[in-house]
Design a binder for this molecule. Structure first.
Ligand SMILES: NC(=O)c1ccc[n+]([C@@H]2O[C@H](COP(=O)([O-])OP(=O)(O)OC[C@H]3O[C@@H](n4cnc5c(N)ncnc54)[C@H](OP(=O)(O)O)[C@@H]3O)[C@@H](O)[C@H]2O)c1
Length: 277
C-alpha cells in the first residue's frame, strides 16, 4: 500500500463529508468516480491499482462512519514487542507503516497515549507524514507522574491544547498554558477506559485513536472499549522488551476472543485490522 496522494485526498474528503442524511455519495478520483456508502463500502467506475484499492479498503471504514469511534494501534515485532527493555521503539516500523499511523491520526478527533509513552517518548502526536489536521493530544496519567516537558506540554500556542487526564485527588502544580488538566475517577489506580472515552466525547472528541503503549491499549481491549485495533507487524525479532497486548489469563482456548480480521501489506510489513465491532 504505497503512498497514493489522490486516494488519500479522496479519503480526507469522505472524512469531511456530512453523512448525517446521506447513505452514499460519489467522490471524484482523477477522471473516475468512486461511490462510497456510509460505513465505508465503495465501488469505482474505473479500474484501480491494487495499492489504491487496499488504501480505500483499509481506511474508508474509518472515514465514512459517523458517531463515536475508538481505534487503537500498536507497531510490533514478529514476537509481539513494541519496544526493547530500555523502551527504545524508534523505529520498529518502516516509512509506510508510519505514514499509516499519521493517516489514522488525521481521521480522529483525539489521540491518546499512556503515561509510560508520554514520559519515555515525549511524542508530538501530530500529522507530519500525511496531509490532514492534527488531533487533540491526550495523556492518560492517573498518578500524575509525567513530567511537564516536551512537545505535549511546551509551545502549544498554535497547536490544539493537550488534555492531561489525571486521577481525582492527585495534586499537581498548575499546568503550563496550552495544557488542560481533566480529573477522572479511578478505583485502585485504575481508570475505566469507557470513562475516558465518555469524558472525551463530552467535549466533542468522539473519534479517538489509542496510540499506545501496550499497557494502555491492553486495558482498552480488556475492557472491550475498542471498535478496531490496527496491528502493524514489522519483520524483526526483538526477543524481549515491552509487550504489545497483554490480557488477563484464560484457561481454555474456547474462552479466547476470535474477532474477525482483515490484512493488508505495507511494503514488507503487515497491517492487521482487528474488527471488534
Ligand atoms: N510500537 C508502538 O506502537 C508504540 C506505541 C506507543 C509507545 N510505544 C513504546 O511503549 C513503551 C511504553 O509503553 P507501556 O506499555 O510501557 O506504557 P503505556 O501504555 O504508554 O503507559 C502505561 C501507563 O499509563 C497509565 N495507564 C494507562 N491506562 C490506564 C488505566 N486504564 N488506568 C490507570 N492507569 C492507566 C498507567 O500509569 P502508571 O504507570 O503511572 O500507573 C500505566 O502504567 C515506550 O517504550 C514507548 O516507546 C510503542
Amino acid at each position: 500500500m504505497p503512498v497514493s496522494q489522490p486516494v488519500w485526498d479522496l479519503i480526507l474528503a469522505v472524512h469531511a463529508f456530512d453523512w448525517s442524511d446521506r447513505v452514499e455519495q460519489v467522490f471524484r478520483l482523477a477522471d473516475s468516480g468512486i461511490t462510497v456508502r456510509r460505513g465505508g463500502s465503495w465501488v469505482a467506475d474505473a479500474a484501480l491499482c491494487e495499492a489504491d484499492r487496499d488504501l480505500l479498503d483499509a481506511l474508508l471504514p474509518l472515514a465514512a462512519c459517523r458517531g463515536r469511534l475508538a481505534i487503537a494501534q500498536l507497531g510490533q515485532s514478529l514476537d509481539g514487542r513494541i519496544a526493547t527493555e530500555t523502551g527504545d521503539s524508534w523505529y520498529i516500523n518502516g516509512q509506510e507503516a508510519r505514514t499509516h499511523l499519521h493517516r489514522l491520526r488525521a481521521l480522529v478527533d483525539a489521540v491518546l497515549v499512556g503515561a509510560g509513552t508520554a514520559a519515555q517518548d515525549r511524542p508530538r502526536l501530530t500529522v507530519r507524514h500525511a496531509t490532514g489536521s492534527d488531533p487533540v493530544p491526550v495523556i492518560l496519567d492517573p498518578r500524575g507522574r509525567v513530567e511537564p516537558g516536551g512537545p505535549l506540554f511546551e509551545g502549544r500556542r498554535h497547536a490544539p491544547p493537550t488534555l492531561h487526564l489525571v486521577g481525582e485527588g492527585v495534586r499537581l502544580p498548575r499546568p503550563p498554558s496550552g495544557v488542560e488538566r481533566i480529573f477522572v475517577s479511578s478505583s485502585g489506580g485504575e481508570v475505566a477506559p469507557q470513562e475516558v472515552l465518555d469524558r472525551l466525547a463530552e467535549r466533542g472528541l468522539e473519534r479517538v485513536l489509542v496510540e499506545g503503549g501496550g499497557v494502555t491499549v491492553s486495558r482498552f481491549v480488556a475492557a472491550d472499549s475498542l471498535d478496531r485495533l490496527h496491528l502493524l507487524i514489522a519483520p524483526l525479532l526483538i526477543g524481549s522488551g515491552r509487550p504489545g497486548l497483554t490480557l488477563p489469563p484464560i484457561e481454555r482456548l474456547s474462552d479466547a476472543r476470535r474477532p474477525p480480521i482483515r490484512s493488508f501489506r505495507l511494503a514488507d510489513e503487515l497491517l492487521v485490522d482487528v474488527c471488534f465491532r
